[in-house]
Design a protein around this ligand. Structure first.
Ligand SMILES: [Zn+2]
Length: 365
């Protein structure tokens, strides 16, 4: 998995690799960007390049081989979610007293440490930073550079203050990454000691290109739809449940049909009846509510003369037909009704009845 496998933000990647080529990589980096933009993937790629035993060049810039002992071991943490779950499980199995003292850390290579936020608060705690301080001044043992990746840089106050001390005087052979979707939440004193690199959300075209590689079984139209629905996040696009989305959209359209002039309500009742109590019914309901919001928003885009903004772009012709049936006031009223439906669900109203009355209210609105 060399740098050419990184999707999006080619300018940032090039800058990173140029810094690596000059051997002038900053010792503290804030890597920011929305969820799914590849912050952790990029930090891992940099850690591999810093420590790769082969260190090949591609496009005349440093890369990593992905095969040497260092690359392979660092890559074991690429699936951070699984490593995090394992660390959590290991902690759960400790004696009560040890459990309280143990902090979650992920380490698959002696010179690369990942510091995730510690549950249940999901914040980085002072003991985790102390662990970093305890080892960062020792020379790397098997690589060239010690790398510390705070995978979600959300610190408890004491931890942030503790980190400041390392940032003031990091050793030459260490790099600290702070990954965040909101750099302004970091202390100004931390920000001022770091170089900031910002990843932008991926464009729909970049995500479509990626999906063509990993989801060749999807039709081009479906890949286009998912690219628009995942908000620029590659991870969401990859794991997107298209079948569930299309089923929820079918239901959402049935709910809107009476308001669009449909006379026959039998399809509507068949749909609302299928929303049962229990956990299954809940996730189905949540999905349908999300789709309803996106359809109402799309109707707004179409009516405002910006249909290219619509996310359900694959059904633009139908959106156009629907938009002719309603006016702006209806869309506003429908969005309010949808908000009421959503809060009704939190109060455990019967799902099928709530959907019936939602559809009836839209018909009258
Ligand atoms: Zn390598």
């Amino acid at each position: 998995m060399p740098f050419s496998d990184f999707h999006g933000n080619p300018d940032v990647v090039r800058r990173v690799r140029e810094m690596l080529a000059r051997d002038r990589f900053p010792h503290a980096v804030i890597l920011s960007g929305p969820a799914g933009s590849g912050k952790f993937t990029l930090a891992q790629m940099i850690a591999k390049t810093m420590n790769c035993l082969e260190r090949p060049a591609t496009d005349d810039l440093p890369d990593f081989c992905g095969r040497c002992a260092n690359c392979v071991r660092i890559a074991e943490a690429d699936d951070l979610e699984s490593r995090f779950a394992e660390a959590m499980e290991a902690r759960e199995n400790l004696r009560e007293a040890d459990k309280r003292e143990t902090r979650i850390l992920v380490q698959t290579h002696p010179d690369v440490l990942i510091i995730p936020p510690d549950p249940p608060q999901m914040l980085v705690k002072v003991d985790q930073v102390r662990h970093v301080i305890g080892e960062i001044y020792y020379k790397p043992s098997e690589g060239r550079e010690r790398v510390y990746i705070f995978s979600d840089a959300d610190f408890m106050k004491e931890a942030a203050n503790s980190l400041l001390k390392v940032l003031e005087e990091p050793p030459d052979f260490a790099t600290i990454f702070l990954l965040t979707d909101n750099p302004s939440a970091l202390l100004p004193t931390i920000r001022s000691r770091c170089v900031q690199l910002r990843l932008a959300p991926l464009t729909a075209a970049e995500i479509e290109e990626y999906l063509a590689e990993v989801r060749p079984e999807w039709k081009a139209r479906e890949r286009g739809l998912v690219a628009r629905l995942c908000g620029g996040a590659l991870g969401r696009a990859r794991s997107f449940d298209l079948a569930q989305y299309l089923a929820a959209r079918q239901d959402a359209l049935a709910l809107l049909a009476p308001a669009m002039g449909a006379r026959d309500h039998s399809e509507l009742f068949k749909v609302t009846e299928s929303y049962r109590a229990g956990a299954d019914g809940k996730s189905k309901m949540d999905a349908t509510i999300r789709v309803l919001y996106s359809l109402l928003e799309d109707l707004l885009f179409v009516k405002s003369g910006t249909p290219e903004m619509a996310r359900n772009h694959d059904m633009l012709a139908e959106l156009n037909r629907m938009a002719e049936q309603v006016d702006f006031d209806w869309i506003v009223a429908a969005t309010e009704r949808l908000g009421e439906l959503e809060s009704g669900m939190r109060r455990n109203l019967l799902r099928s009845l709530a959907l019936d009355s939602f559809a009836a209210a839209l018909e009258k609105a």
